[in-house]
Design a protein around this ligand. Structure first.
Ligand code: GLA
Length: 738
């Protein structure tokens, strides 16, 4: 069993296959973290307790102070505000007297197999009870009557421990939660680099690595969604570690709203890391008897470097986070109308896309933005989810039937959280937009955000969506969100609950996604937020794929997809082949390279298949054949990053290796041609060292896994086609075990 309790030392030991996490109940029922790192057999680490020694300005507990115990220096398991622990806190509750001193102490525990859901929120799950074990540690603030439960679920196979908390008000008065982090972790040193993912629209999830320094540092979102500016992911990687080597802790929040992920290094050179809902935009009134749940945080530890951290998260999310039939089934290969037509289409144009695409091997046509209300540009009709009949003459059913007759599936775009000022919906319900009375409402992409804390708003939008979904054979939905939240106020929440709207909004989105995926389990849901502005584990729970970025340029995508793979599985990355010059950066790249780069993710097309150059069209059937050939390996194999465009932007490479090491797909992009360079030596990764492999096109040349990984292979300098340009060429190699 992965969770042990030692009565004598009052110690909880949580073991995964390769890591241990140890928590102990100390004097006066303080809960201390004694260890988190590589597996150790001991369940008690006495040296860690000695670190409780106080410094001259550190307050001491009156009862056990003489032992040298100070809440300011002890490795507190879940740090609270105001009772002697000056570090960044995980919990702050304002009580009936108006102060916000919070101090929780141990009261008991429970251990059980499996894992419970978190009410109203996405979370990782077990496929069977024996896959994981859960520990609940009970605590209470005896002065205020806040009962706090710390939840830990151990998934041994993935070296993952998930955490969240519940606050229950057991007093007879109301209290207000000002801060409730999902996790807190005290590490005994600060010898780490913090790795985070920053970005913006069309440039999401760039990797940034910085050395931890004294003070508070970290990343946050106050945009109302998890955002494209920072992702709710942080790794603390041992200094000097790289993709293959070193101790790495990974943290990811299963939440799609505002978040904080902060590390504080103190005068003792220790590190406290907290992750959870962002406190400045959060406040929650908790009436007597009520409970509040914080979202789930995922922790992973490995000694195998950053790449191994990523693979552990990929496997874990593929197995214990994404759901529905497309968790394992091959996804339909789609063509999307957005970059092909933008708002300028009618039913004939869409049918002609479907007809041509079908001939080439595509399986599903997605009608993107522009099919509803009177939407001819992005300045109207969001909220009017009925068919724009002037555009789609004959209606939706006619169009879908025609597409189906061609042997193609049909998918549709919605942006359910939004409302255009120029819409029927806004005319009827102006108060349904999130707003503050008396303040001008900020526009973004000519639209406002609906108040999803209101059930009647969600019901109404869902009613419209349902009508559309029931009217024709729709097998895919792209759920978009093209702005973030400002002037956050609700017409119905009382003054004392206005600041709850940020979180209530997210809960409302989850509620609607839950209804949608429950009522239409056969539909493939792809999440999107102007590309990848809401690429987070919360969304992955509802939609097994997320549009990675609006930037579809193959070369830009190398970085975007590399950064995304830090914590998210390739299987989740929406990636398409688009036309050139690329619509975002104006770059021309070979059609072949565009295909190889899109093959990292879900793969599909985003171009006017009736108008692209004939040679590109001619290349599609073979490109699709190649995609189909490797799709299972890409879906089920392990992903290894080999090149790193953040460090050397002249080349990139990666690999997908079958779990049983029986085959590997190697992909290489020569980003820039360079003079005086005949070839480049690349070392493969993840193979079985003792086994022999051959490349599919050279069956007689057997090479050991050891040689492929240690001596490497030479990739000869490439020229692309007759035009002889050396930039942006790509190549794939398929290694098969003898
Ligand atoms: C967002 C999406 C695009 C497309 C447009 C439509 O930007 O990321 O893929 O759907 O909206 O307006």
């Amino acid at each position: 069993m992965p969770i042990f309790y030692d009565e004598k030392t009052k110690t909880f030991k949580l073991d995964t296959d390769n890591s241990s996490y140890i928590v102990a109940v100390y004097d006066e029922n303080y809960i201390l973290n004694l260890y988190y790192g590589a597996y150790i057999p001991e369940s008690y680490v006495p040296d860690r307790e000695k670190r409780t020694t106080n410094a001259s300005f550190s307050p001491v507990n009156p009862v056990i102070g003489e032992n040298g115990f100070s809440p300011d220096t002890a490795p507190i398991e879940y740090g609270t505000h105001g009772a002697g622990d000056f570090r960044i806190s995980a919990l702050e509750i304002i009580n009936k007297n108006g102060d916000s001193i919070t101090d929780i102490r141990y009261t008991g525990y429970k251990i059980y197999n499996g894992k419970k859901e978190i009410q109203g929120m996405p979370s990782t799950y077990v496929n069977n009870e024996s896959e994981a074990q859960t520990l609940e540690i009970y605590t209470e603030d005896f002065v205020t009557g806040a009962e706090v439960t710390l939840y830990y679920t151990v998934f041994p196979e993935y070296d993952v421990i998930t955490r969240h908390i519940k606050v229950k008000n057991v007093s007879s008065d109301n209290m207000r939660i000002e801060r409730a982090m999902s996790m807190c972790l005290d590490l005994p040193d600060m010898d780490y680099d913090m790795i985070t993912l920053y970005g913006c629209h069309a440039k999401e999830r760039n990797i940034e690595r910085r050395r931890l320094a004294h003070g508070v540092q970290g990343v946050e979102s106050r945009r109302g969604s998890s955002s494209n500016t920072q992702n709710p992911f942080v790794a603390l990687a041992q200094r000097g570690s790289d993709d293959e080597h070193g101790d790495v802790y990974g943290f990811n929040l299963v939440y799609s709203g505002n978040f904080s992920a902060l590390a504080e290094c103190d005068f003792n050179c220790t590190t406290r890391f907290v992750m959870g809902i962002e406190p400045q935009t959060f406040s929650w009134l908790l009436n007597s008897g009520e409970s509040f749940y914080a979202p789930e945080a995922v922790m992973v530890f490995t000694m195998g470097g950053i790449g191994e951290m990523s693979r552990k998260l990929h496997r874990f999310y593929n197995n214990n986070l994404t759901r529905g039939r497309y968790k394992t089934e091959k996804r339909p290969l789609l063509i999307n109308s957005w970059e092909a037509a933008y708002f300028d289409f009618d039913e004939d144009k869409l049918i002609s896309f479907a007809r041509e695409a079908k001939k080439l091997g595509v399986e599903l046509l997605v009608m993107d933005d522009g099919w509803f209300g009177h939407r001819d540009s992005d300045n109207s009709s969001l909220g009017d989810w009925f068919v724009y009949e002037k555009k789609l003459k004959g209606g939706l059913k006619y169009l879908v039937d025609e597409v189906n007759k061609l042997g193609m599936k049909f998918g549709i775009w919605f942006e359910p959280e939004m409302i255009s000022p120029d819409s029927e919906l806004y005319k009827a319900h102006p108060d349904w937009a999130i707003q503050i009375k008396g303040r001008p409402l900020t526009l973004c992409r000519e639209q406002y955000v609906l108040d999803y804390s209101r059930k009647e708003v969600r019901d109404h939008v869902y009613g419209m969506m349902k009508k559309i979904l029931d009217s024709a054979n729709i097998e895919y939905i792209k759920w978009d969100m093209n702005r973030q939240l400002t002037e956050v106020g609700s017409a119905t929440l009382p003054a004392e609950r206005q600041r709850e709207l940020w979180h209530r909004y997210v809960l409302g989105v989850y509620d609607l996604m839950d209804r949608l995926t429950t009522d239409y389990p056969h539909i493939l849901l792809e999440n999107c937020s102007g590309g990848g502005a809401r690429f987070d584990p919360g969304m992955l729970y509802y939609s097994p794929q997320i549009w990675c970025s609006d930037d579809t340029d193959a070369i830009e995508r190398l970085k975007i997809q590399h950064g995304t793979s830090m914590c998210y599985p390739c299987l989740a990355m929406g990636a398409h082949v688009s036309d050139c010059p690329n619509h975002t950066v104006g770059r021309n790249t070979p059609f072949k390279t565009r295909g190889h780069v899109a093959m990292v993710g879900t793969f599909g097309y985003e171009l006017d298949v009736t108008r692209i150059p004939q040679e590109d069209r001619d290349a599609i059937p073979a490109q699709i054949e190649e995609f189909n050939k490797f799709n299972k390996l890409v879906r089920t194999g392990d992903h290894y990053r080999i090149g790193n465009m953040f460090e050397d932007n002249t080349w990139d490479a990666w690999e997908f290796v079958a779990k049983d090491k029986s085959e590997a797909l190697f992909e290489f992009v020569q980003v820039l041609g360079r003079p005086n360079e005949r070839s480049r030596r690349i070392k493969l990764k993840g193979l079985e060292a003792d086994a022999y492999y051959y490349e599919e096109n050279e069956p007689d040349k057997k090479i050991s896994g050891a040689a492929l990984m240690n001596a490497g292979i030479n990739i000869a300098k490439m020229w692309n086609g007759d035009g002889l340009y050396g930039d942006f060429c790509s190549k794939i190699l398929h290694f098969i075990k003898v």
